[in-house]
Design a protein around this ligand. Structure first.
Ligand code: SAM
Length: 259
């Protein structure tokens, strides 16, 4: 049996049937694999982004805690997220939200439309800006209710999206902010750096964890930056992974473990 495995510590072996797409965009190496059990899988610069079967865990975990902690959900900005999964989750929960997505790599969106049709289904319903999210946040002054960062790991392409400057710009422009903040197992330094930078920019910061079997380390983190303390609304949504109880019980910090 063939396997795909990231060239990183703690990476899982993912059984695959075939590679169905392989190209280099202006920004990164883009591959799609047909896996044995998880549908199609998008890989960028050798790092698993999402698979059709487990994507709901990442996307619900990224998006829904921000929505349930927001008084308003009329306008949502997503930075990165070219596969469309975060936008789809926003529109599932808030049908009328005006969503804009700022993605640097057009090819990721084109490939997702072809190979991840359900994940990318919302791309046709939202405003798309092709550009660097770090630069966008420096020059944009339009306020939004919610800002979501759905970026790749902090490689040179996405490093700015984990910086204090970026988080400070974001804090000016939204009430509720959420970002993926890496795995405390596979990328402990990036995880801690992102949270520490967020703490310099946001008054209330809450990190929470989800189990994502296809990511190195399996435990992955997300961090909310809020102007007010956590106040989780009950909402009527059909979620497969998210629940209020699961979200609240997943909030924590790695301080004190794995020293
Ligand atoms: N679920 C994913 C993960 O953490 O593995 C993230 C998925 S999404 C495909 C990440 C997207 O962020 C990619 O399409 C990538 O092109 C985009 N991205 C990376 N750096 C960016 C930047 N500086 N500005 C805007 N988009 C960026």
């Amino acid at each position: 049996m063939k396997h795909f495995v990231e060239d990183r510590d703690y990476a899982p072996l993912i059984p695959v049937k075939d590679k169905v797409f392989d190209a280099r965009s202006e920004y990164q190496h883009i591959e799609v694999y047909e896996t044995m059990h998880l549908g199609n899988m998008l890989v960028l610069d050798g790092a698993v982004q999402t698979t059709e079967r487990d994507e709901f865990i990442y996307h619900e975990s990224l998006v829904l805690p921000a929505i349930v902690n927001s008084d308003n959900t009329g306008s949502v900005l997503i930075i990165g997220g070219g596969d469309g999964g975060a936008a789809r989750e926003v529109l599932k929960a808030c049908e009328k939200a005006e969503v804009e997505l700022v993605e640097i790599d057009r090819m990721v969106m084109d490939v997702s439309r072809k190979f991840l049709p359900d994940v990318s289904s919302a791309l046709q319903k939202i405003k798309i800006t092709v550009g660097d999210g770090f630069d966008f946040m420096k020059t944009n002054s339009e306020k939004r209710d919610i800002l979501i960062v759905d970026s790749t790991d902090p490689t040179p392409l996405a490093e700015g999206l984990f910086s204090e400057e970026f988080y400070r710009n974001a804090a000016e422009l939204c009430d509720v902010f959420v970002a993926q903040t890496e795995s405390p197992v596979a990328d402990r330094d990036a995880h801690k750096r992102a949270i520490n930078n967020m703490k310099k920019a946001f008054e209330h910061v809450y990190t929470y964890y989800a189990c994502i079997p296809t990511y190195p380390g399996a435990i992955f983190s997300f961090t909310l930056g809020l102007k007010k303390q956590l106040n989780v609304k009950d909402i009527d949504i059909k979620a497969r992974y998210y629940s209020k109880e699961r979200f609240l019980s997943s909030i924590g910090s790695i301080e004190g473990w794995m020293n």
